[in-house]
Design a binder for this molecule. Structure first.
Ligand code: HAM
Length: 416
């Protein structure tokens, strides 16, 4: 037997309703926040992620699924949705539409990581990306959209926010970081040592225990923000507070991708183990320009659907009922089975879910089967029913039976 690749998951027929629930909720929230769906390809040219996500990130350095296609081009399966969204924005000239351009997506993403609970090699994200506004109100709106989505699903998380400043304040902060890290460098991992020269901020993202201890004493970016960044951050905080959204400031959030500036945030939970971040995002005012577009500020987030489902299951969140047939129609012989087929087809064409026997079962076995399927009503067509054009419909919840004409079954079910 050939097994599923490591780090990937099947969604089974009795589990897919949970996915649909999360995805439908995402779409509802997107509608309420006036976001329009975008879809980008599963693969892009590798350069998009190298330039967009950043050469010093783990995602680009270690985790991308990259291969050469038959034409000799370097192709990468998307490790996230933001770089592709920015490419779509530039390539399709969306900068000339009324701003902001508010988008969302539901997409698979691929990262070659060590699989564990909540960490897969193929996973799925619901993300939103808003292009063309530098106002702090937009940051607050995007954070509220994430919060509304998580609330609707009934999951409890904590919101942590930070500002990692702009080019100007980052330069000052990088200097301070280098001064701090210099005497510790010999005790830090190799990756951190290479990041010291290229991107010291990224050293704060290191997961090595030794480096984490040293990181704890590093200076906080929030002490180095320039006037504009600091005002922007104050604006975001005051809007969140005014709307009663609780948050803590965590100066250690730097995010794992290089395109961020100013506001960054994460919704975290301690109910799903080490991979506790269910949703992460932030502002990325330089990305569009860096990818060859105009100077267009932007902000967004992505929530991992598998992590959300894990959190919902671990905390007993409610899912809607799995879809069950409204009615099961049993037949006994060739003629009555043909009638059951005819009635079921007519109901199905009206959008009412109906089921029949496919395996030549006895009536008794069909009743059992209908019960297993969770059918709400069962009708058995025998010779008398066929002659009278009428059938007893049994309500499987309370056991009551009602005689209904064949051509009135739809009306009857719609009335219930
Ligand atoms: P990210 O933090 O890399 O950000 O991923 C966002 C979310 O995707 C995580 O919080 C997590 O729930 C989920 N996720 C990430 N990696 C895995 C994995 N290996 N297995 C399962 N779930 C995973 C981004 O991707 C940014 N593009 C978010 C963003 C949008 N920022 C601005 N706009």
């Amino acid at each position: 037997m050939i097994n599923i690749p490591k780090g990937t998951k099947d969604v089974l027929p009795n589990q897919s309703y949970k996915w649909q629930y999360v995805e439908n909720t995402a779409r509802e929230v997107a509608r309420a926040f006036n976001l329009s769906e975008i879809r980008t390809p599963t693969f892009e040219y590798t350069e998009l992620f190298q330039r967009g996500v950043g050469e010093t990130t783990d995602v680009v350095n270690k985790e991308m699924y990259t291969f050469e296609d038959k034409g000799g081009r370097s192709i990468t399966l998307k490790p996230e949705g933001t770089a592709g969204a920015a490419r779509l924005f530039i390539e399709n000239g969306l900068a000339s539409s009324p701003m902001p351009v508010k988008t969302f997506y539901i997409t698979p993403a691929f990262r070659y990581e060590r699989p564990q609970a909540g960490r897969l090699r193929e996973f799925h994200q619901f993300g939103i990306e808003v292009f063309g506004s530098s106002a702090f109100q937009t940051d607050a709106e995007v954070i509220f959209a994430a919060s509304a989505f998580l609330d609707k699903l009934g999951v409890k998380t904590k919101l942590e926010i930070n500002s990692i400043g702009c080019k100007v304040c980052r330069a000052e902060y990088n200097k301070a970081l280098k001064e701090y890290f210099k005497p510790h460098l010999a005790d830090m991992c190799e990756t951190c040592r290479t990041r010291f020269d290229k991107n010291p901020l990224r050293m704060l993202d290191c997961k090595e225990e030794g480096c984490k201890k040293i990181n704890a004493g590093a200076p906080d970016i929030t002490d180095y923000l320039c006037g504009e960044c600091s005002q922007h951050f104050e604006g975001v905080k005051s809007l969140l507070s005014a709307q009663g959204l609780e948050f803590t400031i965590n100066p250690r959030i730097v995010r794992g991708l290089d395109y961020y500036s100013k506001t960054v945030f994460e919704f975290v939970s301690d109910a799903i183990g080490a991979q506790g971040t269910v949703c992460g995002g932030g502002r990325y005012d330089g990305l569009v320009e860096q990818l060859g577009g105009q100077t267009v500020p932007a902000i967004g987030f992505a929530a991992g659907i598998e992590r959300l489902l894990l959190l919902m299951e671990n905390t007993g969140a409610k899912f809607p009922e799995e879809q069950k047939p409204r009615i099961y129609i049993a037949g006994m012989d060739v003629e009555t089975r043909a009638k059951a087929f005819e009635i079921a087809t007519a109901l199905r064409l009206k959008g009412i879910s109906a089921e029949i026997d496919h395996l030549n079962r006895s009536v008794k076995a069909q009743f059992k089967y209908a019960d297993k399927l969770g059918a709400q009503y069962v009708a058995v067509i025998g010779g008398n029913e066929l002659a009278n054009g009428e059938v007893n419909i049994k309500n499987m919840t309370d056991g009551t039976q009602t005689a209904v004409k064949f051509n009135e079954i739809e009306t009857y079910l719609n009335k219930q």
